[in-house]
Ligand binder design. Structure first.
Ligand SMILES: C=C(O[C@@H]1C=C(C(=O)O)C=C[C@H]1O)C(=O)O
Length: 451
């Protein structure tokens, strides 16, 4: 999309006494009529983000008002302190829902070095977009973030005019079509890897590990990721939908069913989502499959390891941790065992503290964490990059929401690399694990294929 003029620069006409200091940011919002979020992002070549939650919040953003990156074991802290320096001096005038937020994520492991499809995705990268569109049931807002009052107000006005003259809706289009798919892991290699993990579990070193694989998909057409993300809403309305593209990178996107954390003030919501069976062809077979999952000792063990790890991480930070009743989460192509978890923080804090405490849960990593990671490294033959990692947003109050970046892929020139993994415990059956992992490619693979 062509950028309207008047964006960015500190406006020299602002009276000195009224001008924000140095690099301080200014943000303004206004309400808009219906605009197509997908269309707004389509031709953006610099940073862009999209974030949609099962609760109905939808945000797209583009451009960079501020950017933070960090690597190594202190990456959570480093991002928090860089962003706090901005937010502490950010002047915002507008409704809470449209406030500026920092969007981004982390790599699975803090030692990540960007390469291949993950070029441009560091160990932690966040941006406060220069332009944001926020939609809830109550309406749509446009937010501009810049470094001077008059220039930011001018930018808001010109984007409002520009977006209002565009289409309110656009057809969500077709999938690009698939030319060829290539696995990182053959069935034999997968079965070998699962057996190696089971040996480690039986020897007592390891309790659970999540092994994953990747599928490289060569496309017939080009991947219009914002419209793929829009289309994922039709079959996965109760999942998150996101995309993250940095200035010089491919686009990471997906429809994860799993919340890592939602923090609002002292209230924390998270969940254990682990244990999977396919959907049946009818309500009866759906129910039978779900019952077999609930009754399986193997699945219950796989699941309880996640509940216990989350409880152990949250208890030292919380006044109270509540583990809700276990239930079944039914998605279009798969069903999961699911336990919602809530906590009340003892001494407040920042959502990134909770992200750091929880990531990776044994729903995507394993127990004990260090041996699980070493097992993953020695068995998996591809780079997890940002797959299965925290992706989401935080604001100036330290609130925010992060999904677990699963049911995801990274799009780079004509190729999408998809990722999927399974929890392995002592009584896992390697051949069953192969069938299960293929199910987890489906959400995106189906959209790429669809005519
Ligand atoms: C690791 C993935 O999914 C995770 C593993 C699950 C399992 O092992 O049953 C279920 C849900 C997710 O926590 C994935 O989708 O790639």
């Amino acid at each position: 999309m062509e950028r309207p003029s008047g964006q960015g620069r500190l406006d020299a006409r602002t009276p000195p006494g009224e001008r924000p200091r140095g690099n301080d940011l200014v943000s303004r919002s206004c309400e808009l009529g219906d605009v197509s979020f997908g269309e707004s992002l389509r031709n953006v070549t610099d940073a862009r983000i999209q974030w949609a939650t099962p609760d109905g919040l939808e945000i797209v953003g583009w451009g960079t008002a501020a950017q933070y990156s960090a690597a190594g074991p202190d990456r959570f802290d480093a991002i928090r302190s860089q962003a706090t320096a901005t937010f502490d001096h950010l002047e915002y005038d507008g409704p809470d829902v449209a406030r500026p937020r920092a969007f981004g994520g982390f790599s699975f492991h803090d030692g990540h070095e960007p390469a291949g499809p993950w070029n441009g995705f560091g160990a932690a990268t966040f941006v406060i977009p220069a332009v944001l569109l926020t939609r809830t049931d109550d309406g749509t807002w446009l937010t501009a973030v810049g470094d001077g009052r008059q220039s930011t107000e001018a930018s808001l006005k010109s984007w409002a005019e520009h977006l209002s003259s565009g289409p309110a809706m656009r057809p969500s289009g077709q999938g690009p079509g698939i030319r060829e798919t290539k696995r990182t892991t053959t069935r034999e290699e997968w079965i070998d890897g699962v057996e190696t993990a089971i040996d480690r579990i039986e020897s007592g070193q390891l309790e659970k590990v999540v092994l994953a694989q990747a599928l490289e998909v060569d496309l017939e057409g080009s991947a219009d990721v914002p419209s793929i993300v829009e289309r994922l809403r039709r079959r996965y309305p109760n999942c998150y939908r996101f995309l993250v593209g940095h200035e010089e990178s491919g686009t990471f996107f997906g429809a994860p069913p799993e919340r890592l954390v939602l923090k609002q003030g002292d209230d924390i919501r998270t969940e254990a989502l682990a244990g999977s069976v396919p959907r049946g062809g009818s309500p009866e077979t759906d129910g039978e499959l779900a019952d077999s999952m609930i009754e399986s000792e193997k699945v219950q063990h796989e699941h309880s390891v996640v509940v216990d790890a989350i409880r152990n991480q949250l208890e030292p930070l919380s006044r109270e941790v509540t583990i809700d009743d276990q239930r079944v989460r039914r998605l279009a192509t798969i069903q999961h065992l699911w336990t919602p978890i809530e906590a009340t923080l003892e001494n407040g804090g920042h959502v990134l503290d909770i992200v750091e405490a929880l990531h990776p849960t044994p729903a995507v990593g394993g127990i004990p964490p260090a041996i699980a990671w070493e097992t993953i490294r020695s068995i998996e033959s591809f780079d997890r990059g940002w797959y299965a990692s925290p992706v989401g947003w935080f604001d100036g109050a330290g609130d925010g929401e992060f999904a677990v970046g699963i049911r995801s892929g990274v799009a780079t020139n004509g190729t999408v690399t998809l990722f999927a993994g399974n929890g392995i415990v002592g009584d896992s059956n390697p051949a069953d694990e192969w069938d299960e992992v293929l199910l987890k490619y489906r959400p995106i693979l189906d959209e790429l294929r669809e005519p």
